[in-house]
Design a protein around this ligand. Structure first.
Ligand code: 0O2
Length: 221
């Protein structure tokens, strides 16, 4: 890259980052379609909220240095897989896997990697389903495959992760042992809440299903 001028490099980098922004736009559209259509067909919305973020150039650089990744666009593209990030917060536990399946089934999406921290939580109690996907983005003169990280979790998992993230940063990574233990307990409480809510959800779904034929059998008017 040494032969390139500053403005050439800046232009390349802007296009590089732009690709990730479009990758986010593509996946956001897909998730919003799923959300609206699922709600229409099943009269139920499995998604509470969806957020996205584009990693800042500073964070990309910091992560590359942390991972020992060479600072070239090709290496960063291959090794930093969460430049484009989307977080889907679901109502119930079973919804997380439903959303995963609906995304993974789309023909233009390639799942490159899946990390199931719901089935296998991190030692600190972190739970979430991470998908690294590749999606095509159609530019004016080419098609690029863009990598996007999709984190899928429940409201309880999101609540825990957001606060743990804040505490972790407050202590700059060295959280006191007693607090680590309390965080693990809080993760267990969030997990128990998810299980209880899932049970209620299954119960309500069964009642709805059992009631459906009766409702259909009612005479018109
Ligand atoms: P930010 O600010 O959210 O972007 P990788 O090099 O990406 O393959 P990594 O980063 O360890 O390996 O991947 P992993 O474990 O899938 O984690 C990626 C992201 O998940 C993190 O991104 C966090 O957003 C989230 N995450 C993972 N572990 C934890 C955790 O223990 N607590 C919380 N609160 N979030 C977690 P970043 O880049 O670390 O941060």
């Amino acid at each position: 890259d040494s032969g390139k001028s500053f403005s050439q490099l800046r232009e390349e980098f802007t296009r590089f980052v732009m690709g990730y922004k479009f990758g986010i736009d593509e996946i956001m559209t897909k998730i919003n379609i799923l959300r609206e259509e699922f709600n229409h067909v099943h009269e139920y919305n499995p998604i509470e909220y969806v957020g996205s973020r584009l990693k800042s150039p500073e964070s990309i650089l910091a992560k590359a240095l942390r991972k020992g990744c060479p600072i070239t666009m090709d290496d960063i593209r291959d090794q930093i897989l969460d430049i484009a990030g989307i977080r889907v917060t679901c109502s119930f536990l079973s919804d997380t896997y439903k959303i995963r399946d609906m995304i993974a089934a789309q023909h233009d999406i390639t799942v490159l990697l899946e990390r199931d921290y719901i089935a296998n939580p991190k030692p600190n109690g972190y739970k979430s389903l991470h998908l690294i996907v590749s999606v095509p983005v159609y530019m004016s003169d080419r098609v690029v495959q863009v990598t996007v990280e999709i984190q899928i979790r429940t409201i309880a998992m999101d609540f825990w992760a957001s606060l743990e993230h804040k505490i972790f940063y407050k202590y700059r990574g060295s959280v006191p042992a007693a607090m680590v233990e309390e965080l693990a307990q809080a993760a267990a409480a969030a997990n128990a809440l998810d299980k209880q809510m899932e049970k209620l959800h299954v119960g309500i779904t069964q009642i709805k299903r059992a009631g459906a034929p009766e409702q259909r059998a009612l005479p018109a008017g």
